[in-house]
Design a protein around this ligand. Structure first.
Ligand code: NAI
Ligand code: MG
Length: 377
């Protein structure tokens, strides 16, 4: 009997190589024995051949699964998307959409969790003592997609009638105005804050830093900070720090070792999580979890890296650590710890290094090194 059903979505390009490597590690740590892996189709290939990068059969597999491990997909601009589409689907009004954004919405994966930890011996570390975690709100804010250009007359009229600062935009022609909205809901704000504080508690971080800009963006950032001040009272062992996003970009360079859990809205989180990831090795190390109440999708944050396809060359550590996050989420703490320990030891020894780390170990070579570490432990 398998305890879990895990949906495996390798996707395009190097997504396939890195997911293979992570599965090998999951086999070695003994996880695969108790799992049924459901391999699903996703990505550019299915856009080209079926006009849908996230086929319904994949959504059905996901609904059957406890969670998913995702590799990477290719996505291309509109003109190329149209040109590469199978002639059978052309001129039918099909529009390419990002399957990962769709997954986040479909399964309400409101947490984007990005741990950024420096493993000792990684030549790419900015400093060796960084261990921070970014919680990015994943479903609303400036990425809600509620925007206009040109701005409809009724919208502009409502703005001008309801906000004194909107008046000065009233002189512009509607086609010369573009508006993107930054919508926060109290529910959205509270659940991301709560998730960050629960995580800090569980994994022993001392501080939660809410990263916003309430002095300028008074209503949305203000809501986030006010709710943070209320919620933190439930966590007597945690300290709440408040930092403006612009200052945070600077502090991450100056004193990244001072921070524990950072929590922020969608766009700010998108930006600072990339900055933070670069401090601990960049794309070969950056992993993330898209997490909801009952479903989660774990992935490396890199894309399909077309220039390395078929070369068995890229670093699989980001995906192997994404698999480790999956084990944690499933409460398989011991296996999660074994995987992380093996990764940490291989990095520290320095014998296996992929090209981004200055070495010439292959993708499978790195996976093998980590697997043999697990076998020895
Ligand atoms: P990318 O992340 O695929 O690759 C950029 C460069 O980063 C690579 O050329 C390589 O030098 C390095 N790199 C990436 N992964 C690496 C790894 N595991 N080990 C070592 N080095 C690594 O970004 P790019 O080239 O901008 O996009 C390629 C395709 O991927 C595009 O179609 C893009 O839309 C898509 N993409 C998909 C994402 C996803 O599936 N979540 C995220 C980002 C891009
Ligand atoms: Mg990003």
């Amino acid at each position: 009997m398998s305890n879990y059903k895990i949906c495996v979505l390798p996707g395009d390009g190097i997504g396939v190589d890195v997911v293979d490597a992570a599965i090998k590690v999951l086999d070695t740590v003994g996880f695969s024995n108790q799992v049924e892996y459901l391999y699903g189709d996703i990505g550019w290939e299915f856009w080209k051949t079926e006009g849908n990068p996230l086929p319904d059969r994949t959504i059905d597999l996901l609904k059957e699964s406890n969670c998913a491990l995702f590799g990477a997909i290719t996505s291309k601009p509109k003109e190329e998307a149209d040109a590469e589409l199978d002639p059978r689907f052309k001129n039918k009004g099909l529009i390419y959409f990002s399957p990962i954004v769709k997954l986040r919405q479909l399964f309400d994966l409101y947490i984007n969790l990005r741990p950024c930890k420096a493993y000792l011996g990684n030549p790419l570390n900015y400093r060796d003592d960084i261990d921070l975690v970014v919680f990015r709100e994943n479903t609303e804010g400036l990425y809600s997609g509620v925007e206009w250009h040109p701005v409809p007359e009724a919208v502009m009229k409502a703005f001008i009638e309801n906000h004194p600062r909107a008046k000065r935009f009233g002189d512009f022609a509607l086609e010369d105005l573009a508006i993107s909205t930054r919508i926060f809901t109290r529910k959205g704000v509270k659940r991301i804050l709560k998730a960050s504080m629960e995580y800090a508690n569980e994994f022993g971080y001392k501080t939660v830093t809410v990263v916003e800009k309430p002095n300028v963006i008074r209503e949305t950032s203000g809501l986030m900070v006010r709710e943070a001040r209320t919620l933190i009272k439930n966590y007597p062992s945690l300290e709440l720090w408040e930092t403006n996003i612009d200052a945070m970009a600077m502090w991450l360079i100056k004193n990244p070792q001072d921070y524990g859990v950072l929590v922020t809205s969608n766009m700010f989180g998108d930006i600072i999580s990339d900055e933070a990831a670069q401090l601990v090795g960049g794309l070969g190390f950056a992993r993330s979890g898209n997490i909801g109440d009952n479903m989660a999708v774990f992935e490396p944050t890199h894309g399909s890296a077309p220039k390395y396809v078929g070369q068995n060359k890229v670093n699989p550590i980001a995906t192997i650590l994404a698999a480790k996050m999956m084990l944690d989420w499933l409460n398989e703490k011991e296996m999660a710890q074994q995987v992380e320990q093996a990764v940490a030891e291989v990095i520290k020894e320095g014998n296996a290094r992929t090209y981004d780390m200055g070495g010439n170990t292959s993708t499978t070579g790195m996976a093998d090194a980590i697997c043999s570490r697990i076998e020895k432990s």
